[in-house]
Ligand binder design. Structure first.
Ligand code: FAD
Length: 394
């Protein structure tokens, strides 16, 4: 009997999770047919997007070659998928050589994720969009510190030793903490005073992490301050020009670099893929992640609009949510193949873990109306574990 081809488009956190879950539940077999898994991604390897601040701060690489996940029954194709033709059950893609090609599927999982939101080009600064942009950020702040070491004008030296991070979600918090610590280390190596490093985190809200109790916001503020980050609440960056960041409430900050970390939007590639989308550009799926009107096609992760049918609550764009969807998807696909009732989506409990440089972290969970808060080394260890689990490295 012919193999059953299951294509996964996108080897990000959700795509790798889906691959693992489907392999584990099916053991590469369904109804007497061998399942051939084919993972498509436009990149050379898996980008650990949750660690995007690492190339910006320490220069650490965050791409893991696909061979790390190689095992029997899995193929990797480097290619950019352009469209899905559900009538013919095939995908069209451009391969690594730039040639157009197509491949037929029996099952298809769309996990093309999200992209980091960019400000308008005239707003200046650098958006931390991908590993290349992150590496550019590192080059820029290191060059500024080298200039600062030879600068006699105190005001200019201070400006060169200052960074503004605009956007105080998890990525802004983690980025500002890791940058402050990395810049302090570099300053010492260059004979500058580490205490002269300034990192401002601009938070549009009145406190950090408003979805959690006030206590969590206060603890985050305190930990960031220990790292050398000053959080400015109720302030947004409007634009950066010639080393000056203009603020929404008037006034400005002199900074050698302005970094934007202003959230995620669904991958714009979805607009041309031929899948049904919400007005915001996420794939429309049912409570079992099946794409509407497309038999055998599923979608999870940041690119899909996934709603708990009991509560009406939509999942956020996070790895935690994508990971749990992936685990459930394995069972759903198996059930659909066997013609059995499939499990339906349930939203997860509130739990967030934030890392703020070595040995510093904060974990907050809410269960049965109780708030659980863990800080320090234990929270940092939990965060490291979460990063590894998100990339199925454990
Ligand atoms: C700096 C930062 C920090 C974050 N921190 C956290 C955190 O602490 N906790 C948390 O839960 N979440 C965090 N997130 C969010 C988290 O990264 C996303 O929720 C997660 O990456 C979503 O996974 P995904 O697989 O759906 O999408 P993605 O990770 O975006 O993966 C999509 C994959 O699809 C591939 N792809 C895209 N288009 C195509 C195409 N046309 N053809 C082929 N392949 C394609 C991409 O190359 C990529 O590999 C953070 C995000 C950022 C940017």
């Amino acid at each position: 009997m012919n193999d059953l081809t299951c294509i996964i488009i996108g080897g990000g956190h959700a795509g790798l999770g889906a691959l693992k879950a489907m392999k584990d539940t099916t053991r590469n077999m369904a109804n007497g047919r061998r399942i051939r898994f084919v993972l498509f991604d436009k990149q050379l390897g898996h980008v650990r997007k949750v660690l995007l601040f690492r190339p910006a701060a320490s220069g650490e690489g965050i791409m893991v070659p696909w061979k790390r996940w190689h095992s029997e029954g899995i193929e990797f194709v480097q290619g950019t998928v352009k469209s899905v033709e559900s009538g013919k059950k095939l995908i069209r893609y451009t391969d690594a050589q730039g040639c157009d090609a197509q491949m037929s599927y029996d099952l298809l999982v769309v996990t093309v994720g999200s992209i980091v939101r960019r400000p308008d080009p005239d707003q200046g600064g650098i958006a931390m969009t991908d590993p290349q942009a992150a590496a550019h950020i590192r080059e820029r702040w290191r060059a500024n510190l080298r200039k600062a070491a030879g600068e006699s004008n105190l005001e200019e030296r201070k400006r060169l030793m200052t960074i503004t991070v605009a956007g105080a979600g998890i990525s802004g918090i983690e980025t500002s903490a890791e940058l402050a610590l990395a810049m302090q280390r570099e300053a010492v190596a260059l004979g500058l005073r580490s205490s002269d490093i300034s990192v401002y985190l601009l938070n549009a809200q009145e406190r950090l992490f408003p979805e959690a109790p006030e206590k969590v916001g206060r603890k985050l503020d305190q930990t960031l301050s220990e790292c050398g980050v000053t959080v400015l609440h109720g302030r947004k960056a409007m634009r950066e020009e010639a080393g000056v960041v203009k603020l929404n409430i008037g006034g400005c900050l002199a900074a050698g670099l302005c970094i934007w970390t202003i959230g995620l939007i669904p991958n714009p590639v979805l607009r041309g893929m031929g899948l049904p989308l919400t007005p915001d550009g996420q794939v429309l799926v049912d409570e079992c992640y099946r794409v509407q009107g497309m038999p055998g096609v599923y979608s999870i992760g940041d690119c899909a609009r996934i709603v708990d049918p009991r509560t009406g609550k939509a999942d956020q764009m996070t790895c935690k949510e994508g990971g749990l969807q992936a685990t459930r998807l394995g069972k759903i696909v198996m059930a659909d193949l066997k013609g059995r009732p499939a499990p339906i989506h349930e939203s997860v409990m509130d739990v967030f873990c934030i890392g703020m440089g070595e040995s510093r972290g904060l974990l907050w969970a809410r269960k049965w109306g109780l708030d659980i808060i863990i800080t320090g080394k234990l929270a940092w260890k939990a965060k490291k574990l979460a990063w590894d689990l998100a990339s199925t490295l454990r």
